[in-house]
Design a binder for this molecule. Structure first.
Ligand code: ATR
Length: 277
């Protein structure tokens, strides 16, 4: 049998760390297989997908700007993909193309590793109402967090998302962040605001309840200004790099047949690469 070939497809794709992650696991488990980046513009994307099997590809990752389009091109979506409305991992099963969204899994698995017990929180504040926020809220609901407050600059977006996510989820303006953060055991930033040079903090961490866990899905820089301020305020923090590493696990297992582990060595390798670029 030919060696299994998988891909990550986006536009642009050169910043993707997925090839580093999957090639590390291929080496670590001594497996034959390949994982290649593919820069595919939106107008060529449907053809790229239609030609996967003919090109000998067993599946891959799909990233920006194709994550929503691919959800409409696969034959079968997982429940996660349906609820999140986007697909990031595809593979073949009995001739059918399947699509999953592993971001919610990655978010939860990262916190399981970095902050066990995180899901005992009753109340969570989620900053931002974009695609990443959807995956985070899905994970929070799955883990039984009862009161989830989405805070967003554009309040209508927060309200619409809250309606879609169902009972226990509410949408609010970000101006009242401190009010909503009171008593929350978890605060998650999904906006680009925590990134270097991306402007002021979405919420003053000194107003967050003591003992809360603060996390950011942004991982460049690894310790975002938001996380640094939370740490300085004495709060527990978890960075977002683990979400990237853990979301890759289910795809690798489907394409290459081995469930890989997120190890300190893998994490160190990706951090070294982030620092070098
Ligand atoms: P993603 O899919 O990565 O979540 P997105 O869909 O573009 O990206 O969403 C970005 C999120 O960051 C949104 O919640 C956005 O707020 P708006 O809905 O009001 O645009 C938030 N965001 C981005 N820049 C922001 C800024 N300067 N101030 C406040 N929120 C910001």
């Amino acid at each position: 049998m030919a060696e299994p070939k998988a891909f990550v497809c986006g536009h642009p794709i050169r910043h993707s760390r997925s090839p580093l992650i999957h090639r590390y696991w291929l080496r670590r488990y001594d497996l034959t297989g390949r994982y290649e980046p593919a820069d595919v513009a939106p107008e060529h994307f449907p053809h790229f997908i239609a030609a996967l099997a003919a090109n000998g590809l067993v599946g891959g990752n799909v990233t920006i700007p194709h994550k929503e389009v691919i959800a409409g091109l696969v034959d079968i979506r997982t429940e996660e993909a349906d609820e999140i409305g986007a697909v990031n991992t595809i593979w073949f099963e009995q001739g059918k193309l399947l699509g999953d969204n592993t971001d919610a899994y990655g978010f939860a698995a990262n916190l399981d590793q970095q902050a066990p017990g995180w899901d005992s929180a009753d109340k969570a504040v989620v900053l931002g109402a974009g695609g990443a926020s959807r995956a985070v809220i899905h994970a929070l609901k799955r883990r039984g967090v009862k009161d989830i407050r989405i805070l967003n600059r554009t309040v209508t977006r927060a309200e619409t998302l809250a309606d879609q996510m169902g009972p226990g989820v509410s949408g609010h303006t970000i101006d009242k962040a401190a009010e909503h953060a009171a008593g929350a055991g978890l605060v998650i930033n999904t906006t680009a605001l925590g990134m270097e040079g991306a402007g002021e903090l979405p919420l003053d961490p000194s107003l967050i309840t003591a003992g809360a866990l603060v996390t950011d899905i942004v991982y460049v820089p690894l310790e975002t200004p938001f996380l640094a301020a939370a740490r300085a305020a004495g709060l527990r923090t978890a960075d977002g790099l683990g979400m990237l590493l853990h979301q890759a696990v289910p795809g690798f297992e489907r394409w290459f047949g081995t469930r890989p582990e997120v190890t300190p060595e893998l994490r160190a390798m990706i951090i070294a690469d982030l620092e070098a670029h």
